[in-house]
Design a protein around this ligand. Sequence first.
Ligand code: FES
Length: 96
Amino acid sequence: MPDTESSVLYWGSDPVRFSPGETIAAALQRHGVTDLGAGVGELHGRYFCGIGTCQACLVSVSGASAVEACLTLAQAGMRLSPALLPGHPDAPGAGA
Ligand code: FES
């Protein structure tokens, strides 16, 4: 895999390299990121089912609504963070 900025996304400020066709979850797992922050209900954010069912892998892309990391293809320059789930004061559409 070429070692270029075209195959890098960011978990917070941490650069994460990925391969073409790889999901966000796969890239984060390979990089050693297993804690995806607050999850849904009692669950902590993490990679679990891998098929979009459990919703445990939700992450925010550039502060926008949450996406399933296991289904979403990694793209260069993505800025990922723990999901801003409904009820979080910083979630899209919340407050003010
Ligand atoms: S790991 Fe279950 S929805 Fe992504």
